[in-house]
Design a protein around this ligand. Structure first.
Ligand code: NAD
Ligand code: WQD
Length: 347
C-alpha cells in the first residue's frame, strides 16, 4: 500500500516532473495530467528511468471540465492534487493576456469545483515570488504586502491565491498550501529530466547553458546600473530538486492533518541573494569555460533585488534547501549537455 495517490497537473513540465520523481521515491502513487502545451511526452521516459515506474498519464486540457471530470470518475481515491499546470511566460502574457487569464484561472476553478465532488481534500498550488514585486524589506517574508502585478502572468498568480482563499473560506472543506517559488533552476542529478524551454529562453540559467553549448551566440546581462553591490539584479535561485521535495512535505503535512489553518502560504527559496554577474562567474567556474556575455540595458519590469525569508518554511515544514549554487548550476549544465547529445539538431 502506498502513502497516498497524488494527481500532479503539469507533471511533464519542469517542476512537475521533478516533483513526480520525489513523490514516487517517497512511496506515493502518482498520476499525471498535462496537455503537453509546454512539455514533451518524452519526459515520462525520464521519470520512469529515475523512479523505476511510469506514472499514470493522460493528456488533456484542465480547462475542459467534462474531460477532467471523466478522468476523476475513473481515477478515484485521489488524496491530493499538486497544481503546476499553467502558462508562465511573462512577456507572452503581456502580449496575450486573455490566453493567460483563461488558462490559469479556469484550470484552477475546475480543480476547486471538482475536488469536493470527488472526495479530493488537499491542494498544493504553485505560486510565485512575483506576487511581492520589488519588496520594501529584504529578505521578503510571507506577510509582506502583495504589490500590484507587473504582468498579466503575475496577476494570475495573485488572483489564483485569492480564488483559493475565498473558496476555502466558504466552507468547502478543502485544505490548501500555496508555495511561492523564488527562481527555480537546475535539473535532476541523473540529468534524465530538466528544464526544456521551447524556443529562445527568457530565463537566465537556460540562456546561460544554451550559450555555453553553442545554441545562442551571447548572453545579454540586463543592466549593471542597479543599486546592488555589482550593479546587476539579485535573485534567490533554488535547485528544482530541493523545491520538488518541499511539495512532498506539503502533501504529507496536509494528509497527516498537521496544518495550522486550511490555507497556508510558504516561501520556497534558499534565503540567499545572488547577482546575475555572480551567476555568470559561478557557471564559468563549474563548467570550466568562459561564457560569452555582454552588459546591455535593463529589461523592462525587472525588480532590482528579491530574495526569500525562508524561516517559516524551515521551521514549520522542517524543510531547507540543501544544494549549493555550484551543484545547482553543474546540474543545469549536465542536463544541457545530455539533452543536446540526444537531440543534436535542436536549435
Ligand atoms: P512548465 O511550463 O514546464 O510546466 C507546466 C506544465 O503545465 C506544462 O507541461 C504544460 O504543458 C502544462 N499545462 C499548461 N496549461 C495546461 C492546461 N490547461 N491543462 C493541462 N496542462 C497544462 O512550467 P514550470 O516551470 O514547471 O512551472 C510550474 C508551475 O510553477 C507553474 O504554475 C508556474 O507558473 C509556477 N512557477 C514557475 C516558476 C519558474 O520559474 N519555473 C516560478 C514560480 C512559479
Ligand atoms: C533572472 C535575472 C534578469 C535573462 C521570472 C518570472 C517570475 C518567476 C521566475 C514564475 C533577472 C536576468 C535574464 C537574460 C539576464 N516565474 N537575465 N539575461 O525575471 O527573476 O523571474 O521567473 O513565476 O515570475 O518573472 O527570472 O530567469 O528571467 O531572470 O540578465 O537573458 O537574470 O534581468 O535579473 P525573473 P529570469
Amino acid at each position: 500500500m502506498g502513502k497516498g495517490r497524488v494527481l500532479v497537473t503539469g507533471g511533464t513540465g519542469y517542476i512537475g516532473s521533478h516533483t513526480a520523481v520525489e513523490l514516487m521515491a517517497q512511496g506515493y502513487e502518482v498520476l499525471v495530467v498535462d496537455n503537453l502545451s509546454n512539455s514533451f511526452l518524452e519526459t515520462l521516459d525520464g521519470i520512469e528511468q529515475i523512479a523505476g515506474k511510469r506514472p499514470v498519464f493522460e493528456a488533456f486540457d484542465l480547462c475542459d471540465r467534462e474531460r477532467f471530470e471523466a478522468f476523476l470518475k475513473v481515477h478515484t481515491n485521489i488524496n491530493a492534487i499538486i497544481h503546476f499546470a499553467a502558462y508562465k511566460a511573462v512577456g507572452e502574457s503581456v502580449a496575450q493576456p486573455l490566453k493567460y487569464y483563461r488558462n490559469n484561472l479556469v484550470s484552477l476553478m475546475n480543480i476547486l469545483e471538482l475536488m469536493p465532488l470527488h472526495g479530493v481534500k488537499h491542494l498544493v498550488f504553485s505560486s510565485s515570488c512575483t506576487v511581492y514585486g520589488q519588496p520594501d524589506v529584504l529578505p521578503v517574508d510571507e506577510q509582506a504586502p502583495i504589490k500590484p502585478a507587473t504582468s498579466p502572468y503575475g496577476n494570475t498568480k495573485q488572483i489564483c491565491e485569492e480564488i483559493i482563499r475565498d473558496t476555502l473560506a466558504s466552507g468547502s472543506g478543502l485544505n490548501a498550501i500555496s508555495l511561492r517559488y523564488f527562481n527555480p533552476i537546475g535539473a535532476h542529478p541523473s540529468a534524465l529530466i530538466g528544464e526544456l524551454p521551447i524556443g529562445v529562453p527568457a530565463n537566465l540559467v537556460p540562456f546561460i547553458t544554451q550559450t555555453a553549448i553553442g545554441l545562442r551566440a551571447q548572453l545579454s546581462v540586463f543592466g549593471n546600473d542597479y543599486n546592488t553591490p555589482d550593479g546587476s539584479n539579485i535573485r534567490d535561485y533554488i535547485h528544482v530538486v530541493d523545491l520538488a521535495k518541499a511539495h512532498v512535505v506539503a502533501v504529507r503535512r496536509m494528509m497527516e492533518s498537521k496544518t495550522k489553518s486550511n490555507l497556508e502560504v510558504f516561501n520556497l527559496g534558499t534565503g540567499r541573494g545572488v547577482s546575475v554577474l555572480e551567476m555568470v562567474r559561478t557557471f564559468e567556474k563549474v563548467a570550466g569555460m568562459k561564457l560569452n556575455y555582454k552588459i546591455v540595458g535593463r529589461r523592462p519590469g525587472d525588480a532590482e533585488q528579491v530574495w526569500a525569508d525562508t524561516r517559516f518554511a524551515n521551521e514549520e515544514l522542517g524543510w531547507t534547501a540543501q544544494s549549493t549554487l555550484e551543484e545547482t548550476l553543474a546540474s543545469a549544465w549536465a542536463w544541457e549537455q545530455y539533452y543536446t547529445s540526444k537531440h543534436p539538431d535542436r536549435h
